[in-house]
Design a protein around this ligand. Sequence first.
Ligand SMILES: Cc1ncc(COP(=O)(O)O)c(C=O)c1O
Length: 374
Amino acid sequence: MSGLPAGVMREATIDVGAIEHNVRQLRRLVGVEVLAVVKADGYGHGAARSAAAALAGGASRLGVADVAEALALRGAGIDAPILAWLHAPGATFGEAVERGIELGVSSLEQLNAVAAAATGERPAIVHLKLETGLGRNGISPGADRIVFAEAARLERLGRIRVIGIFSHLSNASADADRTALARFEAGVAAATASGLSPRLRHIAATHAAIDLPETRLNCVRIGIGVYGLSPFAGRSSADLGLRPAMTLRASVAAVRRVAAGQGVSYGYDYTTDRETTLALVPLGYADGVPRQASGIGPVRIGGQGFHVAGRIAMDQFVVDVGDAEVSVGDEATLFGDPTLGAPGATAWADAAGTINYEIVTRIGARVPRRQVSS
Ligand SMILES: Cc1ncc(COP(=O)(O)O)c(C=O)c1O
């Protein structure tokens, strides 16, 4: 990876070639339709570019949480099917139906609100969401017959078209996921008995899609894998044949030779124990660099690995580089593709006590994204 462009203080490069590769790889593995999840601005990678790359890699549909995210993708010229599954109480769906957004429906109230938005020419396109054990949204088994019967009635009236039925897994264990799958299959049978015939059945996200083949059904919703990160503890991106798409870097903003006993950053949690060089990296918690990784987050500068020294501040942190030859303007890489020498987003997640999903998704708006393709 070449250095940062002149004058650039910090940036995240987004490798759309990696996204395309990851989707192609996972599509080949699962052998069913892939719905690429691009919510939360494509897990921080940019929703529209991630969507376009995922579609180029063989995804046939897209998924987001909010209708607003789906409409933004339409606005960006993405005309593939898009499913949105999380709605505000009292939400109305007129614009979503008009723009052909597919709607996840988790209750009778949502079903009625969605049907109310349908027009003579345009039925609302619905995926019924079943609660199978995660304890989040979804039609509960006790209410499903009523919702299915009403959905079948609305479908006969031409107000809705139920093209999908879905749920979401806990990944608590293979057994827990198999139990949820059995509940889901019972729900699908009940929907069929009510006169519905949803073509798409989907329950697996990246974890189960890779590890539990019976959950692939005829469609999987892949999120973290699209971006080349592993959802498994102890299995890397490379182990899964995936390439991390985001690389977070900054230009070293200041270099200072200091004596032993120099306190570093707020609270002096770190004090130099010898004469050494301190390098200032202009990325902080405002940019999504987790403050919890103070003192331990890994950073690569000039081909050598170091760690954050002292506390991560809002805009910057310090690295003690010892006697390494580091200059202002050198590139500091926080994370990227470990097979190319960078620390991984997972290493930052481990340092911060969180998951790689959160590391990439929280990279802030102040960090410019630069699209590359390799
Ligand atoms: C309903 C739903 N489906 C699919 C996904 C994608 O999950 P993953 O990123 O683990 O593949 C998510 C992400 O949180 C989700 O909420």
